[in-house]
Write a protein that binds this ligand. Structure first.
Ligand code: DX5
Ligand code: ZN
Length: 221
């Protein structure tokens, strides 16, 4: 089977017991911790920053932490998150004045770098930086909140992104974020995604393991 990664978004976790809840979801079979950073400026919501990332590392979380920056400006947070234990840092091209520079900054700090595309953001931002991205993240909802419905036009965009990755010949991850559920994950994988963020679909259920296994079952079909 293809190498698929399941990345629960901790936006839907229990913030009052974050260490325990993240441990539980990793023990239930998750691969990556998706860490949503919102600034009430680039997106209309406010969440968590580098201190919380460091707190998870200090608590003993060893899985890769995938930091999704929904902030503007971006660059000043990159060293902070690298120091706090981020493994991947992704940002939205609209939020950086110098996309190439920000990608380089992330990599210089020892993290994998990625660009995030809102539903209406064109993939052309990739044109001159394909050699500097490790991850392409397509938003299948407008960023800011968990629990929204998957926007169907993202499937075609995934196919286009998959084509670009295959043409590049580089091992770039294609991540999808927003409205991913057991009943649509297979179509999403068929369109080309290989890394799946899911927040409400996992954390709203009492048995995380059961949901993750159902997702893997769909992916194995
Ligand atoms: C939205 C965030 C997502 C969100 C996904 O802006 O980037 O990661 O938590 O939540 P669900 O899976 O509930 O759509
Ligand atoms: Zn996210």
């Amino acid at each position: 089977m293809k190498d698929y990664l399941i990345a629960p978004s901790i936006l839907s976790a229990d913030f009052a017991r974050l260490g325990e809840d993240v441990t539980r979801v990793l023990e239930a079979g998750a691969d990556v911790v998706h860490f949503d950073v919102m600034d009430n400026h680039y997106v209309p919501n406010l969440t968590i920053g580098p201190m919380v990332c460091k707190a998870l590392r200090d608590y003993g979380i060893q899985a890769p932490i995938d930091v999704h920056l929904m902030v503007k400006p971006v660059d000043s947070l990159v060293p902070e998150f690298a120091k706090a234990g981020a493994s991947i840092i992704t940002f939205h091209p609209e939020a950086s004045e110098h996309i190439d520079r920000t990608l380089g900054l992330i990599r210089d700090h020892g993290c994998q770098a990625g660009l995030v595309f809102n539903p209406s953001t064109p993939l052309s931002h990739l044109d001159y930086v394909m050699d500097k991205v490790d991850v392409i993240l397509l938003m299948s909802v407008n960023p800011g909140f968990g629990g929204q419905s998957f926007i169907a036009s993202t499937l075609d965009k995934l196919r286009q992104a998959r084509r670009r990755i295959d043409e590049s010949g580089r091992p770039i991850r294609l991540e999808i974020d927003g409205g991913v559920k057991v009943d649509n994950i297979r179509d999403i994988a068929e369109a080309g995604a290989d890394m799946f963020v899911a927040g409400s679909a996992i954390f709203s259920q009492p048995d995380y393991k059961a949901v993750i296994e159902q997702m893997r079952g769909e992916l194995a079909k």
